[in-house]
Design a protein around this ligand. Sequence first.
Ligand SMILES: [Zn+2]
Length: 425
Amino acid sequence: MRYSRLFGRTSKTVPSDADSRNARLLVQAGYVDQLMSGVYTYLPLGLRSLNRIKQVVREEMEAIGGQEILMPALTPREPWATTGRWNDPGPEVMFRLKGRGDKDLVLGWTHEEIVTPLVKRFIRSYKDLPVAVYQVQDKFRNEPRAKSGLLRGREFSMKDLYSFHRNQEDLDEFYERAKTAYLNVYRRCGLDAIVTEASGGAFSEYSHEYQVLTENGEDIIYYCPKCQYAQNREISGYRAGDACPKCGEAMGEGKAIEVGNIFRLGTRFTDPFGVTYSDETGKQQPVVMGCYGIGPSRVMGAIVEIHSDDRGIIWPKQVAPYPVQLVLVPSKDGEEAVRLRETAEKLASGLAAVGLEPLYDDREDVRAGEKFADADLIGLPVRLVVSPKSLGAGGVEWKLRSGSDTEIVPIDAVPDRVSDFYNLT
Ligand SMILES: [Zn+2]
């Protein structure tokens, strides 16, 4: 992708309405555009990163047997009334609107009320269980204070998976697999998530949140640095320095961002909709349920909060919008300028040919220093520079965004080098 043609640009101006580090950097680097508080447009770079995160999530959900569906965001009042959630949690969170004929409608902020009657239509006997379905969809929550950029939006991307089981043991077994799958998602997205006990388990003592430690976090957790046992402060009787109940190590206290949560719902939703199955003896039994949420847009915000410095974003490999930023240093010497451009073009097409299309800063009218500042702000993991100096030294300058060392790599060796860096070979 030629930067000169890319829709969306970097900006030197710090956005006046940016309410957090992730919003400031993502807006300045040309990833997103704020429409209003808590609502963002994803520009091409931002959409590529978001889609990469969604892809990681999809792969891990498929790996535990999740099947993707897509439910509507526009929903009728009736199922919410059935479970009692039309009035509770109330108007604070739900976007309610009126359809034709004065019909009450809700914009989906979660989907238990939609998925439960849906699954009911396909379950007859124990042979139809377990079922695990998920979707990746925008959700709507009328947050009282939409702030923190992508961390707390009024419209935001969500992966919600729902599992249905014949008994508690089967739910527990799936729940443990989901726990591991979630940790895989975060690890692949460059986040070191801590499984944290939290309140809100309607059917069990705790639900589990995935928390990432950072100074900019909204939550406070107590965690064991040795065995990673953790609890959210909202439910916790612990204090910093208390002995870990699992291993005895002194517990630490830290600010954290919640990047996902999982719940054992039991029959909280299957009871009101009358979801049952017939067991081996023909007797009707209640179906028990779990739900599992990850917000890809929130994960993207958390990544930027954690993987960034004064100069910009530092994308983890798996979720960067492009693998490489290729910088052509312009020259005033006509002959040299042609040689530099030819080299950069050849390199760009060579990388694209092996599936590593770079973001190619081909601009002629921009100084080298400004291009380097843009590359740091955009934050792709690898920066390659084609300059008079690099050609004089026999190649291309290679630098990682996460480090400061540079080295010269022969031009023909670059595609292999980038493949190796991304473990593609
Ligand atoms: Zn411990």
